[in-house]
Design a protein. Structure first.
Lengths: 374, 113
């Protein structure tokens, strides 16, 4: 079998159980379908093939998860930092042990290429280890003596928090947001993006199997307008960490206003690359090409897309032509193939946004390699 | 220019030209977002001058984005609120608490006296 066929066969084995049971919520250490019984279908952006059903949760499910997180909070907060550190390292060990499963599930669920997703699990484990080591010192404070008082400061975890993650690199970003929350002593209700929910489910299972007490990490699936909204409005949830679109961030802020939510937003970007004529042009070009094309531009956060290259006049035409030539030629290649650097652009998630940007005056032509705007 | 200002989240790179440093800065800062910026130059003082004025939460000079977990991650303007990474993550997930302990019998004002 070719690499691709072997990889696809393995991916199928890993995902078989989700075909049977669907992606369920995890609340207080228990698997639960949505209280309403509703589900939605999750299809792979690679070929639109059906992957699994997913619990379509609403306010009732979020309430159950928030209560579970609230009930688990005092014991988790009061556990020593050293013990929290041990559990977080065990989670990292278990992530590494299941790296292949995570990589394949991520590929089919997001459409990203295996050569980039094969590192997703390792980077996720690294996030857990990094914050695990910081856990024992999380409460450290300062001493600010005055003539009459010994003033000391300390930090305490804010309480149960909501974490909402996007569809582009869901595994890595879930670890990036959740590991520090757990290290700090917070309990979590996680609502992953509806488009790519599988690895978030695997991650939550890993954490509990590694010894995380039930209710410390709760997973609720569903859409932003029902599950997401209920999470941002729930009084037991003290803060919302969100990664996604700027417009959604603004909505979350409004929804969280009544309960005075603290918010942390990682939103959109349009990142300039400014290249001066004294720079090493080849290195600048390689860097820009890698960042804009390696995830087909679906990066807003960890490897940021340089969306606008601004260059000193003179070097520009040579570079623009090079950029056109360097763009991977098989953008619709299947993501399980290690040799492919680009993955299919998801027509539903991104296509509308991509094709809005056609060259002015050429309305019937789609964007293609090396297109020049004038 | 819309294509140079809106987030596309797809494989589209817009190439624009500039003649002066001020012009480059004006184009770069005109974007409503402010997540990252990348500056390529071998002139050290220009790199310091330019990064100081470029509106972005994270800037890399002569490098692609290379994450180092203890450094602050996050954007300005429409790119976000708050920072992750190292102790910044704890600043978000934790509450500061101050405790003042009297060192002795300092004078406590008595109301009306």
């Amino acid at each position: 079998m070719s690499d691709l066929a072997t990889n696809l066969a393995r991916a199928e084995t890993y995902l078989a159980r989700f075909k049977e049971t669907g992606v369920l919520n995890r609340i207080g250490g228990e698997d639960r379908p949505a209280a309403s019984g509703a589900t939605f279908d999750n299809a792979s952006p690679v070929d639109e093939a059906f992957l699994c059903t997913v619990a379509r949760s609403g306010a009732e499910d979020i309430d159950a998860a928030a209560r579970a997180a609230q009930a688990a909070f005092p014991a988790w907060r009061d556990m020593t930092g050293v013990n929290r550190k041990k559990i977080l390292h065990k989670i990292a060990d278990a992530i590494e042990a299941r790296a292949e499963e995570i990589a394949f599930a991520e590929c089919l669920d997001t459409g990203q290429a295996i050569r980039f997703m094969s590192k997703a699990a390792l980077r996720g484990a690294e996030n857990f280890r990094f914050f695990a080591d910081l856990a024992p010192g999380a409460r450290d404070g300062r001493t600010l003596p005055s003539p009459t008082l010994m003033n000391i400061t300390t930090r305490l975890p804010i309480g149960p928090v909501g974490v909402i993650t996007p569809w582009n690199t869901p595994f890595m970003l879930s670890t990036w947001k959740i590991a520090p929350a757990l290290a700090a002593g917070c309990t979590v209700v996680h609502k992953p993006a509806e488009f790519s929910p599988i690895t978030a489910r695997i991650l939550c299972e890993i954490a509990e199997e590694a010894g995380l007490p039930p209710g410390v990490w709760n997973l609720v699936n569903g859409f932003g307008e029902d599950a997401g909204k209920a999470l941002t409005e729930h009084p037991a949830i003290k803060a919302i960490a969100f990664v996604g679109e700027s417009k959604t961030g603004s909505m979350i802020m409004k929804q969280g206003a009544d309960t005075l939510k603290r918010v942390h937003f990682e939103l959109g970007g349009k990142n300039p690359v400014i290249v001066f004529d004294d720079a090493d042009l080849d290195r600048a070009l390689d860097a820009a090409i890698f960042m804009i094309y390696s995830l087909n531009g679906e990066r807003c956060t960890l490897l940021l897309p340089p969306a606008a290259a601004i260059q000193h006049r003179g070097s520009v035409h040579r570079k623009a032509d090079c950029a056109g030539r360097k763009h991977p030629r098989r953008p619709s290649a299947r993501p399980g193939n290690r040799g492919r650097a680009a993955h299919p652009q998801d027509p539903f998630r991104q296509g509308h946004q991509l094709f809005r940007h056609r060259p002015p005056g050429r309305r019937h032509r789609r964007l293609r390699r090396g297109t020049r705007w004038r | 220019m819309r294509v140079a200002n809106e987030e596309i989240f797809g494989p589209v790179l817009t190439a624009l030209t500039f003649d002066t440093e001020d012009e480059a800065l004006e184009i770069a800062n005109a974007v409503e977002y402010g997540l990252t910026g990348y500056v390529w130059t071998n002139d050290l003082t220009r790199a310091l001058r330019f990064t100081d004025r470029l509106e972005a939460g994270m800037i890399w000079v002569n490098s692609e984005n290379v994450r180092h977990l203890p450094t602050p991650f996050g954007g300005v303007k429409a790119s976000g609120i708050g920072r992750d990474g190292g102790d910044w993550s704890f600043e978000f997930y934790m509450e500061q608490k101050h405790i003042g302990l009297a060192l002795g019998q300092h004078h406590i004002p008595q109301l009306g006296k």
